[in-house]
Design a protein around this ligand. Sequence first.
Ligand code: KG4
Ligand code: ZN
Length: 345
Amino acid sequence: MKLKPPKNGKDYVCLAIESSCDETSAAVVVNGRTVLSNIISSQIDIHKEYGGVVPEIASRHHLNNINPVIDRALEEAGKGFEDIDFIGVTNRPGLIGALLIGTATAKALAYALDVPLIGVHHIRGHICANYIADAGLEPPFTALIVSGGHSTLADVKGYTDYEIMGQTRDDAAGEAFDKVARVLGLGYPGGPLLDELAKKGNPEAIHFKRVYLENDSYDFSFSGTKTGVLNYLNGKKQKKEEVDKADVAASFQAAVVEVLVNKTIRLAEEKGRDKIVLAGGVAANSCLRRTLEEKCGEKGIKLYLPPLVLCTDNAAMIGAAAYYEFLEGAEPDNMTLDAYASAHL
Ligand code: KG4
Ligand code: ZN
């Protein structure tokens, strides 16, 4: 089934759905760039109690939330189901039970409305958030995607043509932030709390290991840096010495950010790209944003930083990605669409 001809000659209205982790979100996006609504129902307060996302609880809440969230997205956009030209949904990668709620809902809607359905890779969605944030952005560019589950460096050659250049070999950047925040007793999710605390600390107080791996590698490894923090804290405890948590937070953050920024700039230079885009939840990190801004300024590279609401999980970014997948010829998935816990970009 092909996309039906646009009603007014140009506009494609997408109803997009995201439920891969702990945010239930629905959005109405026109032509991949214009967001009419982007409703995000976060479960953070529910999972806080457990110190992390509990997959079964997440699925149950997605099930309760998804229909009201879709209704609100349509209402806020001033659209009805009859206005929807196609549906985009995150079907990979993520928590499988959570993904299945969004995917099953999207299939039911696509069937009932008789419109095409496009399954979207979550990380492609994060990258495409930048098309919403900046109407003039076009590929090619270098993309750094840093979230709770991923640290990925990609060379984006076209709207649907991605080459993965580096990935995490152990902890994702956000995961490392969350774990270090937990041992510092900051709570969940730890990334933003650690970012705040780090503002009061000295990033040069403690030297934590920067792991660059092989000379030509674009992969990341943060578990050694995280273990460095644990060893430092244990050492202090044994010696019964006071710990300046703000210094630990600032020094750890500086170590992670240094590696992320240096590898990203190196990739952009190697590929001759003059644009870098940042994506994923950790793109909200103030030190990462500032440092990338400084380095890109020095190198004459244009940096694209999405606003915070588009950095963390949301359905608008899925609507943008679905639009380009469709324009570039992806076959609608409709009744064959499945959900996958892991998937290549
Ligand atoms: O993209 P996202 O919302 O969900 C995933 O797809 O994983 O990213 C969530 C991650 C969490 O690990 C959270 O701690 C981290 O992004 N994060 C931050 C900041 N804001 C969110 N990490 C560091 N500094 C921040 N300001
Ligand atoms: Zn995400």
